[in-house]
Design a protein around this ligand. Structure first.
Ligand code: PMT
Length: 435
C-alpha cells in the first residue's frame, strides 16, 4: 500500500528552549518536550518558580535528558557548550504555558529570572502561548501586553477555547502539545524552504507578516467551505455516515476568517463551535449540502470542499424503524449528487479546491480527481494514517495544483495546514488578477 513518505522533521537537530511558567497547563509542557525530542530536537527547559508548583524539575530533566534551569542565581555548571548561554544556543524559544504575569513581565522588559533574562538576551524567534482563565485572558491589560509582544515580532500562539481547569469555559486553553510542536515545525519548514510550493513555480507562502502579525490577504473575498460528514437516513432511527468530525473544514473556515475573508461554512452534523466571524449553514444529507453549496457558489471567490460527502444513500427511506428479522437484510443504495464535479462543470471565476481521502495510490487517485473535476487544487490525504485524515488533530497532505505545483508541508495541525491551503488559494487569486 503506497503511503505518503514520512518527511524528516524540520526540527531535527534544532535547539529549542522551552520556558514553562506557573499555570495549571504546565503539565502539557511535559508532552511538548517528549514530542519535540521525537522530532529530533534538543530541548532545554527553563522553569519559573511558579511552574515548579505544578511540575517537578526532575520530570523535565528526565524528559529532556538535559539539565533544567530554574534559578538564575544558581551556579551554572552544566552547559558544556563553551558556556554559551541558552539565549545564544537557542534556534527558537517557546514559552508554554505563558501566564498573565509572565506576559506582563515580558512586555515590560523585566529580567528578574532565568526565563525573562533569556528572552531579552536571545536573537532567536520567540513563540509565546498564553494560557489562563478566560476573564484574565480577555482583560484589557493582558490583551495590551500580548499586542505589545506581537508588535515586537514575538509569535503569539493563540489559545484554544473550551473547558478550563478553573471550571469555566471559553478562550484561554493551552493548545494541545501536538499543535504547539506543529507551529515550530511549520516555522522551520517554511524558513528552510522560503516557500511551501515546489514544482513549476514557487509562491511565497506565509499567513503571517514579517513581524508576526496576522495577514489580512483575503479581505473582501468570499470563501465557501464545506466540513464534516453527511447523514443518509435509512429509517427514523438509523443513517449511513462516516467518521468525519469537521475539524479540517472548521480549521479552514477559522483561518480564512482570521485573514479577513467573508466565510460561509456549510457543515454536516458535527460537534464543533462556529469559528468567530463565520456564517454557518447546517445540513444533514448530501442533497442538502448540494443545495446549500450551489446557493452560495455564484458569488464565491473560492470553494474549499473538506466535507466527507456520502457518495450513496439508501434508495428507500423507511417511514418506521426497520424491525430485525431472521436472515440478512439487503439495502439498495443509489448515487448522491457529486457536488464537487458539478462545481467544476459550473466553474467560472472561482478557485476550486477539493480533497481526496485515499488509503492507497494517494497521489495517483488525487491527480485523477484534480483533472476530472476541473479543480485548481486537490488536497490529498492518506486517511489510513492515525495522525492524518479523519478525526486527527493533525494532517499530512500533498497539495497538487492544476499548474503542476506540488506542495508537501510536514505533518502539522489542521489549523496550521489550513493556512498553507489558503496560501495556495491566495496565490492563485493573485495570478488570476494578473491575467
Ligand atoms: O473532518 P475531519 O475529521 O477533520 O477529517 C478530515 C477529512 C479526512 C474529512 C478531510 O481531510 C478530507 O479528506 N475530506 C474529503 C473526504 C472525501 O469525501 O474525500 P473523497 O475522496 O471521497 O471526495 C473527494 C472530493 O469530492 C472531496 O472534496 C469531497 O468533498 C467531494 N465530494 C465527494 C462526494 C460527493 N458526493 N460530493 C463531493 O463534493
Amino acid at each position: 500500500m503506497e503511503t505518503v513518505a514520512e518527511h524528516p522533521s524540520s526540527l531535527l537537530g534544532k535547539h529549542i528552549v522551552l520556558g514553562v511558567t506557573g499555570g495549571i497547563a504546565a503539565y502539557k509542557a511535559v508532552e511538548v518536550v517528549s514530542r519535540l525530542r521525537k522530532k529530533g530536537a534538543h530541548v532545554h527547559v527553563i522553569m519559573t518558580r511558579g511552574a515548579q508548583n505544578f511540575v517537578t524539575e526532575l520530570t523535565f530533566r528526565e524528559m529532556s535528558d538535559a539539565p533544567v534551569l530554574t534559578d538564575m542565581w544558581a551556579k551554572v555548571t552544566h552547559y558544556h557548550v563553551e558556556h554559551i548561554a541558552l539565549a545564544q544556543l537557542a534556534d527558537a524559544v517557546l514559552v508554554a504555558p505563558a501566564t498573565a504575569n509572565f506576559l506582563a513581565k515580558a512586555a515590560c522588559g523585566l529580567a528578574d529570572d532565568m526565563l525573562t533574562t533569556t528572552l531579552l538576551a536571545t536573537k532567536a524567534p520567540i513563540f509565546v502561548a498564553p494560557a489562563m482563565n478566560t476573564a484574565m485572558y480577555e482583560n484589557a491589560i493582558t490583551q495590551e501586553n500580548i499586542e505589545k509582544l506581537r508588535s515586537r515580532g514575538i509569535h503569539i500562539v493563540e489559545p484554544a477555547s473550551g473547558q478550563l481547569a478553573c471550571g469555566t469555559s471559553g478562550a484561554g486553553r493551552l493548545p494541545e502539545p501536538v499543535e504547539l510542536v506543529a507551529v515550530l515545525e511549520q516555522f522551520f519548514h517554511a524558513a528552510a524552504n522560503d516557500t511551501l510550493c515546489v514544482g513549476t513555480k514557487t509562491t511565497e507562502c506565509s499567513s503571517v507578516g514579517a513581524n508576526g502579525e496576522q495577514k489580512h490577504d483575503l479581505a473582501s473575498r468570499k470563501i465557501l467551505v464545506t466540513a464534516g460528514g453527511t447523514h443518509e437516513p435509512l429509517d427514523p432511527v438509523r443513517f449511513l455516515g462516516n467518521r468525519s468530525t469537521g475539524k479540517m473544514g472548521f480549521a479552514v473556515a477559522e483561518a480564512a476568517a482570521a485573514r479577513g475573508a467573508d466565510v460561509v461554512l456549510v457543515a454536516g452534523p458535527v460537534n464543533l463551535a462556529t469559528p468567530a466571524g463565520v456564517r454557518r449553514v447546517d445540513v444533514l444529507t448530501a442533497q442538502e449540502m448540494h443545495d446549500a453549496v450551489l446557493a452560495e457558489y455564484e458569488t464565491a471567490d473560492a470553494v474549499i470542499k473538506a466535507a466527507a460527502v456520502a457518495d450513496y444513500r439508501p434508495k428507500e427511506r423507511a417511514g418506521q424503524k426497520i424491525k430485525k428479522k431472521d436472515g440478512s437484510l439487503f439495502l439498495e443504495l443509489v448515487r448522491n449528487p457529486d457536488i464537487l464535479k458539478e462545481l467544476g462543470e459550473r466553474k467560472t471565476h472561482q478557485i476550486l479546491v477539493g480533497f481526496a481521502a485515499e488509503t492507497e495510490h494517494v497521489l495517483e487517485y488525487a491527480a485523477g480527481k484534480l483533472q476530472k473535476k476541473n479543480l485548481d487544487f486537490i488536497v490529498a490525504n492518506d486517511v489510513s494514517r492515525t495522525d492524518a485524515g479523519f478525526s486527527a488533530d493533525t494532517n499530512c497532505v500533498t497539495i497538487l495544483g492544476c499548474d503542476g505545483t506540488k506542495t508537501q508541508p510536514p505533518l502539522m495541525s489542521k489549523r496550521a495546514l489550513a493556512d498553507v491551503i489558503l496560501d495556495c488559494v491566495a496565490g492563485a487569486m493573485a495570478e488570476k488578477r494578473k491575467d
